[in-house]
Design a protein around this ligand. Sequence first.
Ligand code: ZN
Ligand code: ZN
Length: 299
Amino acid sequence: MNGHGKLSFALFAQIEKVGIAPNGNTLVGLLSACSHAGMVEEGRRYFQTMIGVNYSILPRIEHYGCMVDLLGRAGLLNEAHTVIKQMPGEVAPNAVVWGSLLHGCRIHRNTNLAEHVLKKLIALEPENSGNYVLLSNLYTSVGRYEDSAKLRLSMKHRNIQKLPGRSWIEADDGKVHEFLVGDRTHPWSDRIYMRLEELVIEMRKLGYVPSTEVVLFDVEEEEKEQSVGEHSEKLAVAFGLLKLPLKDTIRVSKNLRVCRDCHSVIKLISKITGRQIVIRDNNRFHSFSDGFCSCNDYW
Ligand code: ZN
Ligand code: ZN
């Protein structure tokens, strides 16, 4: 999950060398390594040998989920969808599996399949606001304004609450500081926004263009309604820059997936300030250093 796919294969080779039989969990580790490193061929091969004579492990829902994730990220959306359709009856696809396919649709901008997936997700988790918001954003992005409005209305009728973006950082005083999107309640708020403004000036010199108009389809949950410049992880990182000693890694946790704009901004911040920054979003770890992220922009 830190993007060290090759290292996982090396470890697995050692397991095999000493003659320890891999179990289902070993394979989950391997398949998700393939997925996070974009290694489609290897993933397919492990999945096949897993079912076959080599390991004879019965695939669980996690294994199917990994395959859908791997194929979806790589843009092989039909193949990923087929994996779901061919899942045996006793392992019915859950919201995690459909969510993986949705992520693939978002990366590769497949709105038709995304609509189908989101409808499945809404049926599976009628209380989850994120699916409604994404589907309504999707409708807006393709000009289906009436469908979008209808969906918003049905959300209102069902009294479904939206989930705001939230980030946490532990400061050197041992206290956990929480930031909401657009937060101005923190005692250091003035300094935080000032630091971000200074950084944006530096970033522009490096070619950064802030995306005031966020691609609707790209932003999770409610975040698009706030200016991207105020996303909670940007605030938490700026606070970390101000509060933590230079040698310390800035570690931030976030409840939603990091958006594209925050990802490029934090890469640039790591370059400008020379700081190590680690963001754990709801999907994986991003380790930023000297303008690069360990996910290789693949998440
Ligand atoms: Zn963001
Ligand atoms: Zn990343």
